[in-house]
Design a binder for this molecule. Structure first.
Ligand SMILES: [Zn+2]
Length: 482
């Protein structure tokens, strides 16, 4: 109080009042200027994002592109003829969408072939069918064939690796049946996938370690159907490679019920094999930056799919959304400040060679990657984004939430990205993000025969592209800082 009083004593009251009023006026002016600049920036951004959204929602080619990719091309596992067709299609689609430059980036990819129809047939006459009961199974990707005679053995059920350890003395000569359920209590289904997928990845070798001759794995799903879900397995070179199949959920439950009453013998027949590595390609379309052409923003999905489905949600959706963003930016005449690369990555499913190559070439060319975004969680209603970046960058991204939320992505969370952009994040610490659509139905379709065009909703697919395009625009306009 004293200090204020003595400061006021420097002026006579009138003078002092005048000065204060003058100062206040200036402050009010300054504050209103700053506020209106912020409001203007916000309204410029919201108007632009509205325009971008309208372009996509009114004129999107994403659904039609998905129809061609899934119906005319279909399955496109690395090394297959479908892969080659998809690459040709992807390059043409990038050019048609208006890329300043479009090219194919070559990389070596593995070439695994399923080789025939996978079978698991009961040898005991369990259901009065004299020919045995055919369980609905599909061989795991990268798994070996049983040979033409198949493998006949008794089935040993375990619910977990812990139970396998307890029963290890009983494993020799058996077919180990991993009946580990997808944990239904996780609200985000990707957590259940993360929890269960170790049985698909490591299950065969863990069983082979104790002398198993084959494995049957409960599908990574809680879909209310009996479709078996494939996916990569990884053999540990220390142990024998044994045939491995995934089984549909209804038949997994049936097999488990039988095993509670009696022993069950099964004949397992698979035909998988590898051909030599071959050449695949990342397909890249670029809008070259007007101010910072050397600073790159990457967005993409993966072009490969499993061989047993059309790969509509996984990841045809991410591919056509990627092309759609390019088309929409071009259609409304947006010229990005930074270079934006739209990438259809090769071989995500059973090798990740495309994403690995993309980061390797970035290193060789000393490219500066400021942000990467991936859509590889299905073409469902967008809910949010997961971000892997530092705190300052994350705070900046959070400030954009009100601009994006009206289009569906209101849940911004830490952690996320995508398999294909993982190497950029790992090698260069590039900030990355992944689109997070509603996850409840994804594992009904993932790597199963029902992942087809008809399973994708046009509007949901387009809204995913809208939300990602909005995020790309904001990153391009404001950057992410260091
Ligand atoms: Zn995928």
């Amino acid at each position: 109080m004293k200090g204020v009083f003595s400061y006021a004593g420097f002026f006579n009251f009138k003078d002092h009042n005048h000065h204060i009023m003058h100062l206040l006026n200036r402050i009010v002016l300054l504050v209103s200027f700053v506020c209106s600049a912020a409001v203007q920036a916000q309204s410029v951004d919201s108007i632009f994002i509205r325009q971008l959204a309208d372009e996509i929602l009114l004129h999107s080619q994403a659904y039609e592109n998905l129809r061609v990719l899934t119906k005319s091309i279909g399955p496109r596992l690395a090394g297959s003829s479908g892969m080659v067709k998809a690459e040709t299609w992807g390059l043409a689609a990038m050019q048609k969408a208006g890329a300043d430059k479009a090219w194919k980036q070559a990389c070596m990819v593995p070439h695994w072939e399923r080789g025939g129809i996978d079978k698991a047939t009961t040898l005991a006459n369990l259901n009065a069918d004299k020919n045995g009961f055919a369980l609905d199974v599909v061989a795991l990707g990268n798994s070996i064939g049983s040979g033409p005679k198949g493998i006949s053995a008794e089935v040993l059920e375990v619910k977990s690796f812990e139970e396998l350890e307890l029963k290890k003395e009983q494993v020799k000569g058996k077919i180990v049946f991993y009946n580990y359920p997808f944990n239904a209590t996780f609200v985000r289904t990707f957590q259940a996938y993360g929890d269960a997928s170790k049985y698909r990845g490591q299950g065969p070798s863990q069983a082979a370690k104790y002398g198993a001759v084959g494995t049957i794995i409960r599908s990574m799903s809680h879909g209310a159907n009996n479709h078996p879900h494939t996916g990569s397995t990884r053999y540990d070179s220390l142990y024998a490679k044994i045939p491995a199949v995934a089984i549909g959920l209804e038949h997994a439950d049936l097999l488990s019920q039988w095993l509670q009453k009696q022993t069950v013998q099964i004949r397992l027949e698979t035909h998988g094999y590898f051909l030599p590595d071959t050449i695949g390609h990342n397909i890249i379309g670029e809008l070259t930056g007007t101010q910072y052409p050397d600073q790159i923003i990457t967005v993409g999905g993966h072009l490969d799919s499993w061989d047993n489905c059309e790969g509509a949600h996984d990841d045809g959706a991410g591919c056509v959304q990627t092309i759609e963003m390019l088309r929409a930016f071009k259609a409304i005449g947006y010229q990005p400040k930074h270079t934006i690369r739209f990438v259809l990555f090769a071989n995500e499913e059973n090798g990740l060679r495309g994403g690995t190559k993309y980061a390797e070439e970035a290193k060789v060319k000393n490219e500066k990657h400021i942000f990467a975004l991936e859509s590889d969680a299905g073409g469902f209603t967008p809910r949010g984004f997961g971000f892997s970046m530092n705190e300052l960058q994350y705070q900046r991204v959070l400030s954009w939430q009100p601009l994006i939320a009206p289009y569906g992505c209101s849940e911004f969370s830490k952690g996320g990205g995508g398999a294909d952009i993982g190497p950029l994040n790992k090698n260069f610490n590039t900030p990355v993000a992944g689109l997070q659509p509603d996850s409840q139905r994804y594992f009904d379709y993932h790597h199963a025969r029902n992942d087809v065009f008809e399973a994708v909703n046009k509007r949901e697919l387009e809204l995913g592209a809208v939300n990602m395009a909005a995020l790309l625009y904001l990153v391009d306009r404001y950057g992410l800082g260091q």
